[in-house]
Design a protein around this ligand. Structure first.
Ligand code: BGC
Length: 449
């Protein structure tokens, strides 16, 4: 399924373009520090980078119309937040438009299986109150986000708690279901050594704060407080759609109560917590995703085949193997593959911001001249995007000679971000992480003007 197209005229073209563009392009390839780490959600301005220093009034290094410039959507795939249907108009906005994310279904299955394996291995001790029911609670990130939906389904599928809705597993939050009577889930069963155990989703909730930010870690920390105070002895497992929420619940309650907690993203803090009882997480190969996000832009800017430095080695030797990503041409989407990170292998994942070695070679600036990119993160406080993804992007932007302006949103409104795309003519390419997956047109309309 990977494209194995060869770059043909590409090399010659690159050389010619390199000479032309190096002559007129700004030489600045230093990336800006966006500082999107721990700022509060109320001060999005604080997370915006300064305009690129010596290039503030210099335009993009070409006269390409904004609507024809390379565009990559990442981490939030343009799609209908109710049906999940892909927004193909946004995904094929122009010939240089792609999506980069990870394989949500494969990852969801890996997460569900990881939790099930843990239960099976620890069957003698898992049922803390000995009531014969293995109870879990689930933190849901965003009920309208395909990745979140897939993860909820993956857990329910593996544990047998899912019920069918319109031909797929129902992914709705149940609120509380301590007595097992809710119809959105069912009691599942797990068989170990010939014995059958009941598994129950005791509670689940979308972790959205009052201002509207989803995947909200603080909300998850509060939820586990509420849940544990009313039925804490029944909670044997904590599951979460991501590590941000998972770690918040771990720190608030499950660590002290030695309740295994499972997340997703393999952020460095979560991986480190495995040594302290965090049950496990999933690496969605953010190192590969961050590379692909910038690489598809680089290739379009260089006028070479999109597979360059991806399935086909580039002139510096960068290349990815089939076991870490796949490309779906119909969806114009690159998907990184997922790996479970547990007590068995977490030592290999301790630094989530480390670039992926097979694609770590610096591009030569004469053949791949500096270009200006506008890139936004939907929520400067999102744990995964700020602590893992953006640092990775910042490592790769230098290697790929991209001069990136990083914009951090508030996670609540698209306009908070689009307001800062006032002058798209200043940039050569765009990388977009929407607040809501339905909202691609808020960006493309600005580029079409
Ligand atoms: C990540 C989450 C993150 C979300 C935001 C997901 O891919 O796994 O941790 O919060 O994206 O869009």
């Amino acid at each position: 399924m990977n494209m194995k197209m060869k770059k043909v005229v590409a090399l010659t073209m690159t050389a010619v373009m390199g000479l032309t563009l190096a002559a007129c392009g700004g030489g600045n390839s230093s990336s800006q520090d966006a500082g999107t780490g721990n700022e509060g959600q109320d001060t999005p301005e604080a997370s915006t980078s300064e305009p690129a220093d010596n290039t503030a009034d210099a335009g993009a290094s070409s006269d390409v119309a904004n609507k024809d410039k390379p565009l990559v959507w990442f981490n939030r795939q343009p799609s209908n937040s109710s049906t999940g249907e892909l927004d193909m108009a946004a995904l094929s906005f122009n010939d240089h438009t792609y999506y980069v994310g990870f394989d949500a279904n494969q990852g969801a299955e890996v997460q569900g299986t990881m939790i099930k394996d843990y239960i099976e291995k620890n069957i003698d001790t898992i049922d803390r109150n000995g009531d014969g029911v293995i109870g879990y609670v689930l933190a849901i990130g965003d009920i309208g986000h395909n990745d979140s939906i897939a993860r909820t389904r993956g857990v329910r599928k593996a544990l047998g708690t899912g019920v069918d809705k319109d031909g797929d597993i129902n992914s709705e939050p149940v609120g509380t279901n301590v007595d097992g009577s809710t119809s959105a889930v069912q009691d599942g069963t797990i068989e170990v050594n010939g014995k059958t155990y009941t598994v129950r989703e005791l509670a689940s909730q979308e972790m959205k704060n009052s201002a509207g930010a989803t995947w909200d870690a603080a909300t998850a920390g509060n939820a586990i407080g509420t849940w544990s105070s009313s039925f804490g002895d029944q909670i044997d497992i904590v599951a979460s759609n991501n590590d941000g929420m998972g770690m918040s619940m771990f720190n608030a309650w499950s660590k002290d109560n030695t309740v295994p907690t499972f997340g997703y993203d393999a952020n460095s803090d979560a991986v480190a917590a495995i040594a302290e009882g965090y049950g496990g997480t999933i690496s969605q190969h953010a190192d590969v995703q961050a590379y692909l996000t910038l690489r598809v832009l680089r290739n379009a800017l260089d006028g070479v085949d999109v597979d360059t430095g991806i399935g086909t080695a580039d002139d510096a030797g960068n290349v990815l193997s089939d076991d870490v990503y796949m490309y779906n041409e119909d969806e114009r989407s690159y998907y990184a593959l997922n790996v479970a990170v547990t007590a068995d292998n977490y030592q290999d994942f301790t630094d989530s911001t480390k670039i992926y070695e097979p694609v770590s070679a610096q591009l030569d600036e004469s053949a791949h001249p500096a270009k200006k990119v506008w890139l936004n993160i939907y929520n400067a406080s999102d744990n995964f995007l700020s602590s893992t993804y953006q640092p990775l992007l910042q490592n790769y932007d230098d290697l790929l000679n991209l001069d990136i302006e990083y914009i951090g949103g508030d996670g609540q409104t698209e306009s908070n971000i689009t307001n800062r795309l006032g002058n798209p003519g200043q940039y050569d390419a765009f990388a977009i992480n929407m607040v809501k997956t339905d909202n691609a047109a808020s960006y493309t309309s600005l580029l079409s003007q």
